[in-house]
Write a protein that binds this ligand. Structure first.
Ligand code: GLA
Length: 727
C-alpha cells in the first residue's frame, strides 16, 4: 500500500518520495513532510510551537498560547479563523461572516485513482491503479464539509490533490476562493514560472520565494500564453541533475492562480488553483463543488528527474485515446502555406506532393467553412464552403484519402464572428454584458460555453462535419482571451461562476465528441500555446505548442515546455523560410531537428521546395520513422539550454538501448572552441556506438567525457547523433 493512515498519521509514499501530515489533538491537519522517502513514522517532532505575538490561538487551544493556526504548517487553510497567510479557501456564510475552520472528521483509503466530476484527472490503469486518500473535514460552526482528495501514483513519484466542498446546511454558502493545493514548506526556495506572450510562450523566469509574494495566474478564460499553470520550487543550487526541487501543475485550462510566499517565520506557503479574481460560486444546500486536480512531484536529484516524473505520469495516466502510445500520423497543415486563400486544385496538389514525400495526413486549417476568406467573418458557421472545396467536404476528404492520406480539420468551436449566420440567428449566444459593447479580439467574439443549448448546437454541428469528412483528426483552436464575462443564462448572483462554467462547458463538449468519435485525434491549440496545460491534455493528447514556428525561437519555447510536458504532447512542424513570424532563415535540417523534438509534421507547401529541400524532407521523414519512438516514449534530457551558444537536448529509450542527441549552434563567435556537450541517459556499463562520430565507448566514458563536436558548426546548423548500445 502506498498510503498509510493510522492514529492520525497520514503518509503517501511513492518510489522515492513521501508526503505526510497528521491530524493533531484539535483535528487540524498539520503538514509534516514532503520530500525524500521516509519510513511510516511521524515527522511531527519537527513542528515547533511557540507563542508568537499577534498570532492568535483558537478557542479550543484554551490557555495554550503556543498553538496558533497562523504558525502551523497546514494542509488546508481558510480565511478569517486566525491564519493570516494567503488562504486556500474563502467563503461567505448566509449570515455574511467569512470565517471557516475545518477540522478532521474521518478518512478513507480507496484502492484506485478517483475521477473528478466534469474535470480532467489522472486515471489509474490495470497495471497502476493508483490509490486515493480522502480526508473529510468539517467547519467548526457550520455544515460545510471539505473532502481533501489525495491521489498517489507511486511509479512516477506523483501526488495529486483536490478538494470538494459540500454544503449540508439549509442556506446557500458563497465560495469566494477554492484553491486545490495549500502546502507549507520549510526552507529557502526559488520559484520558476513559465511566462510569455502569443508566439513566445513558456519562457522560464525565476524569483526568490520571500515575504513579498510571488504570484501569477490567468484571468483570460484560458490558462494563457502569458503564464502557464505549472511552476517549480527549487532549493538553492538545484541543477538538472542535483538538488531538491518540487513541481506543481494544475490540470485545468481556465483562470488560475499560483502563489508562493514566505510567512513571518520564513516558511513558504504554496498555493495553486482556480483564480479567485472574478470567481464566486453559490453553493446551495446539498450542493458539492469540486476543485481541479493539482499534480505535485518532488525530486531529490534535480530537475531532469522531476520532469521525467511529470512526463511519465501525463503519458501514462492523463493522455487518453488510441494515440496514447501509438505513433501520431505524420501530418502536413496548410495554414502557413495558404492561409485563407486556397481552392481544391491547390489543396490537392499540396496533398499529392505530400503523399509522394511520405507524409501521412493532410490537415485542412482555417478557411474551409462559411464565409471565411479572412479572420473578419465566418466563425460559428461550421458548414463547408463548397465553392472553395470544389464540392462537398465529404467528396474533398475522399479525394485526399484516395491519395493515401488521412484527413484532419481545423475548427474553433468556442468562437463566433459577428459576420456569421450563427451570430445573426443567435446574437445572445455571444458573450457580452447587456448595455456594453463587448471587446473584439482578432475581430471575433466568444460563444457562451456555459450554456447547454450552445454546447448542444456545437455538438450536433461539429459531429455532422466530422462524420461527413470521416475526419481522423481535429485541431481545436481558441484564438482570443475571454473578457466581458457574462452569461444570459445565469442569474446575477451566479455571474461569478461564469469563467469556471465556461471551462467546464468546453470540457463537456470535448468529452462528448471523444465519446462519439473515439478514434478522433484532437490537437489542442489556442493561437499556438495559449492553452497548453494538463487539463487539455486529458482531451487532446497533443497541443500546437506555439504559432511561432521559427526553429530558433522554438528551441526556447520547447525548452520551457519540457519542464512539465512530454515531447509527445508538443505540436511542432517544419515551416518555410524566411520564417513567417521572425523572418529568419535556418537550414531545413535544423527546422526538422527542432520539430522532431515534438510531434513532427509540416506547415508549408511541398511544391515550393528546392530539390535539396525535398531531399532533406525525405531524409527527415526517414529519421522520424527511425527515431521518433524515443521522442514519444523515452526520457527527455535538457543537455544545454537556449541561453548559451549551443543548445542541446536528448531523448533516450526507457531501456537505454538508443539515445538521440540534437544540438543546434545558436551563435558562432570568432575562434570559439567547438562545444563539448554533456551526455546523459546511457547505461554506464554498456558500450555505445555513435556511427556519425565513428566512435564506440562505454556509457560511463561517453557521459563523463561528453560529446566533442570536432568543428564548430555554422550558426543555426544542427547535428543529430544516435548512440546505439552494442549487443
Ligand atoms: C491560430 C492557430 C494557427 C492557425 C490559425 C488559423 O493562430 O494557432 O495555427 O490555425 O489560428 O486562423
Amino acid at each position: 500500500m502506498a498510503i498509510y493512515a493510522q492514529n492520525g498519521l497520514f503518509q503517501l509514499n511513492t518510489r522515492n518520495t513521501s508526503y505526510q501530515f497528521t491530524a493533531d489533538e484539535h483535528g487540524v491537519l498539520v503538514h509534516t513532510w514532503y520530500g525524500a522517502r521516509i519510513p511510516n513514522e511521524s515527522m511531527a517532532a519537527g513542528i515547533w510551537r511557540q507563542d508568537v505575538g499577534f498570532s492568535p490561538n483558537p478557542a479550543d487551544a484554551g490557555a495554550d498560547r503556543a498553538y496558533s493556526l497562523d504558525t502551523l504548517p497546514q494542509e488546508v487553510s481558510c480565511g478569517g479563523e486566525g491564519d493570516f497567510r494567503e488562504p486556500m479557501l474563502e467563503l461567505t456564510h448566509p449570515d455574511g461572516s467569512t470565517a471557516a475552520d475545518l477540522r478532521y472528521q474521518s478518512h478513507e483509503v480507496l484502492p484506485a485513482a478517483q475521477s473528478l466530476p466534469g474535470l480532467p484527472a489522472l486515471y489509474g490503469t490495470g497495471e497502476e491503479p493508483g490509490e486515493t486518500l480522502v480526508v473529510t473535514l468539517k467547519d467548526t460552526a457550520s455544515e460545510l464539509y471539505a473532502r481533501l482528495i489525495y491521489g498517489v501514483f507511486p511509479q512516477q513519484d506523483i501526488i495529486t490533490r483536490s478538494v470538494t466542498l459540500e454544503n449540508r446546511g439549509t442556506a446557500p454558502v458563497t465560495l469566494e476562493r477554492v484553491l486545490s493545493l495549500c502546502l507549507d514548506l520549510d526552507g529557502a526556495f526559488t520559484l520558476t514560472a513559465f511566462c510569455g506572450r502569443h508566439a513566445m510562450e513558456r519562457q522560464p523566469e525565476t524569483v526568490p520565494v520571500g515575504r513579498v509574494k510571488a504570484e501569477f495566474g490567468s484571468v483570460r478564460g484560458a490558462s494563457s500564453h502569458q503564464y502557464n499553470p505549472a511552476f517549480l520550487l527549487c532549493r538553492p543550487g538545484t541543477t538538472e541533475t542535483a538538488g531538491g526541487c518540487y513541481g506543481f501543475c494544475l490540470a485545468y485550462s481556465g483562470n488560475f492562480l499560483a502563489c508562493a510566499q514566505a510567512d513571518q517565520m520564513g516558511r513558504a506557503r504554496v498555493l495553486l488553483g482556480i483564480q479567485p479574481r472574478q470567481f464566486r460560486w453559490e453553493l446551495g444546500p446539498g450542493a458539492v463543488f469540486a476543485a481541479p486536480q493539482a499534480l505535485l512531484s518532488y525530486s531529490g536529484q534535480g530537475l531532469e528527474r522531476l520532469s521525467h516524473n511529470f512526463h511519465d505520469v501525463m503519458r501514462e495516466h492523463l493522455c487518453r485515446g488510441p494515440y496514447k502510445h501509438a505513433p501520431r500520423p505524420l501530418l502536413i497543415n496548410n495554414w502557413e502555406a495558404t492561409h485563407f486563400t486556397f481552392d481544391r486544385p491547390q489543396l490537392l496538389a499540396l496533398a499529392r506532393q505530400a503523399a509522394a514525400l511520405g507524409i501521412e495526413m493532410l490537415v485542412l486549417d482555417d478557411g474551409w467553412f462559411g464565409k471565411r476568406d479572412s479572420d473578419a467573418s465566418g466563425l460559428g458557421d461550421w458548414f463547408p464552403n463548397e465553392q472553395k472545396l470544389g464540392g462537398t467536404l465529404g467528396a474533398f476528404a475522399a479525394d485526399v484519402r484516395a491519395l493515401g492520406l488521412k484527413f484532419g480539420l481545423w475548427m474553433e468551436p468556442e468562437m463566433v464572428s459577428e459576420d456569421s449566420a450563427l451570430y445573426r440567428a443567435h446574437p445572445d449566444w455571444a458573450v457580452a454584458i447587456p448595455g456594453r459593447a463587448p471587446a473584439r479580439s482578432r475581430g471575433q467574439l466568444v460563444l457562451d460555453m456555459t450554456r447547454a443549448d450552445v454546447r448542444d448546437y456545437l455538438f450536433a454541428r461539429l459531429s455532422a462535419v466530422l462524420a461527413e469528412a470521416k475526419a481522423d483528426y481535429l485541431k481545436w483552436d481558441m484564438n482570443r482571451s475571454v473578457c466581458d464575462a457574462f452569461s444570459r443564462a445565469l442569474p446575477a448572483h451566479r455571474m461569478g461562476e461564469f469563467y469556471h462554467r465556461f471551462t467546464l462547458g468546453t470540457y463537456e463538449l470535448l468529452e462528448r465528441l471523444l465519446a462519439a468519435f473515439p478514434h478522433l485525434l484532437i490537437e489542442g491549440c489556442s493561437g499556438g500555446g495559449g492553452r497548453f496545460d494538463a487539463g487539455m491534455l486529458y482531451y487532446t493528447p497533443q497541443i500546437w505548442c506555439s504559432d511561432n514556428t521559427d526553429a530558433i525561437d522554438r528551441i526556447s519555447i520547447q525548452y520551457g515546455t519540457s519542464f512539465f510536458y512530454p515531447a509527445c504532447a508538443v505540436g511542432a512542424h517544419v515551416s518555410a523560410c524566411p520564417n513567417e513570424q521572425t523572418q529568419r532563415t535556418v537550414p531545413f535540417s535544423t527546422r526538422a531537428a527542432v520539430a522532431m523534438g515534438g510531434t513532427f509534421g509540416y506547415e508549408l507547401d511541398p511544391n515550393t521546395l528546392t530539390p535539396q529541400e525535398r531531399e532533406a524532407m525525405l531524409a527527415a521523414n526517414a529519421d522520424y520513422r527511425r527515431w521518433h519512438d524515443l521522442v514519444r516514449e523515452g526520457d527527455a534530457f535538457r543537455l544545454a539550454g537556449p541561453g548559451g551558444d549551443t543548445a542541446a537536448w536528448a531523448f533516450a529509450a526507457k531501456d537505454k538501448s538508443r539515445v538521440l542527441v540534437t544540438a543546434v549552434q545558436l551563435a558562432r563567435r570568432g575562434y570559439a572552441a567547438p562545444p563539448c556537450l554533456p551526455l546523459r541517459g546511457l547505461d554506464p556499463a554498456a558500450r555505445y556506438r555513435c556511427a556519425a562520430l565513428g566512435q564506440t565507448h562505454t556509457g560511463a566514458a561517453w557521459m563523463a567525457g561528453g560529446i566533442t563536436i570536432k568543428t564548430l558548426l555554422p550558426q543555426y546548423a544542427a547535428v543529430q547523433l544516435l548512440f546505439e548500445r552494442e549487443a
